[in-house]
Design a protein around this ligand. Structure first.
Ligand SMILES: [Zn+2]
Length: 510
C-alpha cells in the first residue's frame, strides 16, 4: 500500500486574500461543499480573528461539513487562538493552525521579538490551542528564509507542546525545488520526535515554482501539502491543488503516494471558484485550462484518435471535463430541476431557496432554448435581488443608437427608497454605471469589468464581474443574465453592496 499524502486546501483562507476575491458566507459554504465532494482532507475555512463575519463563516462551514477536517488560522496570541477555537467548535473534526514568523528579518523587523520570545509565544499558542482540539498545526512563517537550527529548536518545542502537524511555508515564494527537498530532509532529521508529526509544505508562486517546490518538499518527506484550487492566492498565488494531485497520480512511479481526492470533481471545483471570485482560468493552465486537453496540431490529433496515450498522459474525463450536457429545458419539472442541482452539488438549502431558484430557471428557460449545467451554476450563483441589501435594481432601459450618445434610464432601490435617474455615457455600460453612481455616490474606482459567455451560442447568459476599490478595500460583484446590460447592472450593484460589508477585515500573511 502506498503512503498517504494529505491535501490541505486553503482556497477559503489564503485564496480569499487575492485582491477582490473575498466571498460571502453562502459562497464559502458552497465552495466548502464542493471541496468536501472533491475529498480534500483539511479545509482551511478562514481566519476567525479577522472579523466577526469570518468567524461566522468558519462556524457555518464547521456545521455543514462532515467529511473534511475544518481548520481556522490563528496568530500565536490568545485572542486569535480563542477565536479560532470557538469558530471550529461545531466541526466533526476541527483543527487550529497557529503561526509565528521565524526568519531573522521577520522576527527583527515585523515582530520585534527575540528568538527566545518567539519560541515561548509558539509554545504557549500550541498549548492553548490544544485546550480546544487535539488537532493543532504549527507554521513557522517565512520558514524557507529561516535558520534551520532555529527551526529545529522551535519545532522540537511545539511538538512537545502538542502540535501534530508542522508546516514549513515558503511565504514569499523564494524557494528552489532541489534545495527545498534538502531543507525538508534536514529539518526532519534534525528535529527530535519528527516521526510523531505530519510535515507540511505551503508554497507561493512568485517565481512560478509553487507546485514544483511542494512536490520537492514531498520528496524530502512532507506528507501534507497546502494548496488552492486554480492556484488562487495573494500575489502570484499558492500551489495549485489540481496540478499537485494530478502530478502525484500520473507519476505514481515517482511519488508512490495516494490521496483521497476524487479527481473527477476537479474541473467542477475549478469552475465554481472561478465564477465566484471572478478570476478566470487562463486557457493554457494545466489540468483545468480550457485548452489543457485540446489537440490542435494534425499530428497530435491523428495520434490521439489512434491511441489516446500517444500524446495524452491523463484523460480529460479523469479530471471532470465532460461535454456540455443538455440537461433541462422549458418543460422540465421541479423534480428534474432539483435532481440535476443535487448531481451538480449546487442544491440550495431549504424549500424556499429552491422555489426561488426554480422560478429563475423558468424565466431563463422562456428566453433560452437549451439550459446547460453551466447555466444552472450561473443561475444558482446569482441569488437574485435581496430585499435586505442596501441597493437593488428595479428596472432598466438603455438606448443605444449609431451616432448618438447612449442613455440609461434606471430605477434603483437605495436604502428602501426608489430612485429614477437618467445618465449618458461613452457606451451603454458606461451610461448604466454612471446612472448607478449618481444614486449611490460611492466614489469607488472601477478596477475591472469582465464579461464571460456562460455557454456557447448567442443566446448564452452573460456572466459579468465588476471589481471596485474604495480606500483599502477591493471587492467583486457578479451578475448573470441573458441581457448583458442587466448582468452588468447587477454586478455593479452587488459590488456596491459588498463594499458596505467588507470594512475592517484583517489579512494575515501565512
Ligand atoms: Zn500563504
Amino acid at each position: 500500500m502506498s503512503e498517504r499524502l494529505y491535501i490541505f486546501d486553503t482556497t477559503l483562507r489564503d485564496g480569499e486574500q487575492s485582491p477582490g476575491a473575498s466571498m460571502t458566507r453562502d459562497e464559502k459554504i458552497r465552495i466548502a461543499r464542493q471541496l468536501e465532494k472533491l475529498g480534500v482532507d483539511i479545509i482551511e475555512a478562514g481566519f476567525a480573528a479577522a472579523s466577526p463575519g469570518d468567524a461566522e463563516s468558519i462556524n457555518a462551514i464547521a456545521e455543514a461539513i462532515k467529511e473534511s477536517t475544518i481548520c481556522s488560522l490563528a496568530r500565536a496570541n490568545e485572542r486569535d487562538i480563542r477565536a479560532a477555537g470557538e469558530a471550529i467548535k461545531p466541526a466533526a473534526r476541527g483543527r487550529i493552525h497557529t503561526f509565528i514568523a521565524t526568519s531573522p528579518i521577520h522576527m527583527e523587523k515585523k515582530l520585534r521579538m527575540q528568538p527566545d520570545q518567539v519560541v515561548e509565544a509558539a509554545v504557549a499558542a500550541v498549548k492553548l490551542a490544544r485546550q480546544y482540539t487535539d488537532d493543532v498545526e504549527f507554521s513557522a512563517e517565512d520558514a524557507l528564509r529561516s535558520e534551520p537550527d532555529f527551526l529545529c529548536r522551535i519545532f522540537d518545542a511545539v511538538i512537545k507542546a502538542g502540535a501534530r502537524t508542522i508546516n514549513v511555508p515558503d511565504t514569499v515564494g523564494y524557494a528552489v525545488p532541489h534545495l527545498t527537498t534538502e531543507f525538508f530532509r534536514k529539518l526532519i532529521e534534525g528535529t527530535p520526535n519528527s516521526d510523531q508529526v505530519i510535515w507540511s509544505a505551503h508554497c507561493h508562486n512568485d517565481l512560478g515554482m509553487a507546485v514544483a517546490n511542494s512536490l520537492a518538499a514531498v520528496m524530502g518527506g512532507a506528507r501534507q501539502v497546502e494548496c488552492t484550487i486554480n492556484g488562487l492566492g495573494e500575489r502570484a498565488g499558492n500551489a495549485a491543488l489540481e496540478e499537485i494531485v494530478m502530478a502525484v497520480r500520473t507519476r505514481c512511479d515517482v511519488f508512490d503516494l495516494e490521496t483521497r481526492i476524487d479527481t473527477t470533481q476537479i474541473v467542477p471545483a475549478s469552475k465554481l471558484i472561478s465564477s465566484i471570485t471572478g478570476y478566470p482560468v487562463q486557457p493554457n493552465k494545466a489540468v483545468v485550462g480550457a485548452n489543457a486537453f485540446a489537440h490542435e496540431s494534425g499530428i497530435h490529433q491523428d495520434g490521439v484518435l489512434k491511441h489516446r496515450e500517444t500524446y495524452e498522459i491523463m484523460s480529460a474525463e479523469s479530471v471532470g471535463w465532460s461535454q456540455n450536457k443538455l440537461t433541462l429545458g422549458k418543460l422540465s419539472g421541479r423534480n428534474a430541476f432539483r435532481t440535476r442541482l443535487q448531481e451538480l452539488g449546487i442544491l440550495p438549502e431549504g424549500e424556499e431557496a429552491l422555489n426561488a431558484a426554480f422560478a429563475r430557471f423558468k424565466e431563463l428557460a422562456d428566453k433560452k432554448r437549451e439550459i446547460f449545467d453551466e447555466d444552472l451554476r450561473a443561475l444558482l450563483g446569482d441569488s437574485g435581488p435581496d430585499a435586505t441589501e442596501r441597493y437593488r435594481l428595479i428596472s432598466l432601459k438603455v438606448v443605444s443608437e449609431t451616432g448618438e450618445q447612449p442613455t440609461a434610464n434606471l430605477v434603483m432601490g437605495a436604502q428602501g427608497e426608489e430612485h429614477r435617474v437618467v445618465a449618458h455615457g461613452a457606451g451603454p455600460v458606461d451610461a448604466v454605471f454612471k446612472a448607478i453612481e449618481s444614486v449611490a455616490q460611492s466614489g469607488a474606482d472601477l478596477l475591472l469589468y469582465s464579461v464571460n459567455a456562460v455557454t456557447a451560442g448567442t443566446d448564452s447568459q452573460a456572466e459579468v464581474t465588476v471589481r471596485l476599490s474604495l480606500d483599502d478595500m477591493v471587492v467583486n460583484g457578479q451578475g448573470a443574465d441573458i441581457d448583458v446590460l442587466v448582468a452588468s447592472t447587477e454586478a455593479y450593484i452587488s459590488a456596491l453592496n459588498r463594499l458596505t460589508t467588507e470594512a475592517g477585515r484583517a489579512h494575515p500573511q501565512a
